[in-house]
Design a protein around this ligand. Structure first.
Ligand code: ZN
Ligand code: ZN
Length: 263
């Protein structure tokens, strides 16, 4: 089934983060080949040196990132809309650092993601054994409290991969621990990254889970499609399935900037 028109892929990485491959222009070409209307690059934001430094660009590389995206913008002008965003981390204590970076450029779209519970990078395959040491219900309560903090911070346009701790199959035993966070996300007027990378991971389910997609749509929270591509071949990954899932619950898909409705 062909994709509906006007779709964007708004969660793309670049090799500057040290764990993605392919040049940004190859990501853009892949989007064009799929019939997408646009892309938004959202590479991992620089963070303080003590935080997860090997998995992201350095602060001194930010201008190179912006320039690279602008070059792709120019190259694909008239054929593909190319926007400039970031996937920012929400980690209590780093808000001011993040705010400073967000002020440096007029970003089209900023995703706020929680990748850490305390010092534990819980989505890193190298540390997944830690799930065996944790009470899963408590883990999700802690995680969604952080997501609420991200939503209240007013730093971001959207929340990234809402139910990320399920990545390796450790799903929320309550199933609905996210509901209060969704209330806050709706109240703050944020969108949700509908992130198809979950379909490539052991959990084999997009972020958020279908029940949470329904709960978000009920609250009027719009969705922004993202493949979370770390390679050109992942651009637009399973967007047909994503659109169907969102439409089935009468959800709305938007793109940035401008929050225009796209599908
Ligand atoms: Zn990444
Ligand atoms: Zn992420």
């Amino acid at each position: 089934m062909p994709l509906p028109p006007h779709l964007f892929d708004s969660h793309l990485h670049t090799p500057l983060c040290n764990h993605a491959e392919g040049s940004p222009r190859e990501y853009a070409q892949a989007a064009l080949d799929l019939g997408l209307s646009g892309v938004c690059f959202t590479d991992h934001i620089p963070m303080p040196a003590w935080f997860d430094a090997e998995w992201r660009m350095k602060r001194g590389q930010l201008d190179e990132y912006v320039q690279t995206v602008k070059d792709v913008q120019r190259e694909f002008g008239g054929r593909l809309v190319v926007r400039l965003g970031l996937e920012a981390d929400f980690h209590p204590g780093t808000e001011r650092y993040v705010a400073q970076i967000l002020e440096e450029h007029p970003w089209d779209y900023v995703i706020g993601s929680v990748h850490y519970i305390g010092a534990w990078g819980f989505d890193n395959p190298a540390f997944k054994d830690e799930y065996r040491q944790r009470d899963l219900a408590g883990l999700y309560r802690h995680y969604y409290a952080l997501v609420e903090g991200a939503a209240r911070s007013t730093l971001f346009d959207a929340i990234g991969h809402l139910d990320l701790p399920k990545k390796f199959g450790d799903t929320d035993p309550d199933g609905m621990a996210a509901l209060h966070a969704l209330d806050v996300i709706a109240m703050q007027g944020l969108s949700l990254d509908f992130n198809t990378a979950g379909w490539r991971k052991p959990v084999k389910e997009a972020y958020p889970a279908p029940d949470l997609v329904r709960a978000a749509a009920t609250r009027g929270i719009p969705f922004v499609l993202g493949s979370d591509a770390h390679a050109p071949a992942e651009v637009g990954y399973r967007f047909g399935d994503a659109v169907k899932e969102i439409h089935d619950v009468e959800g709305v898909i938007v793109s940035y900037a401008g929050r225009e409705r796209v599908g």
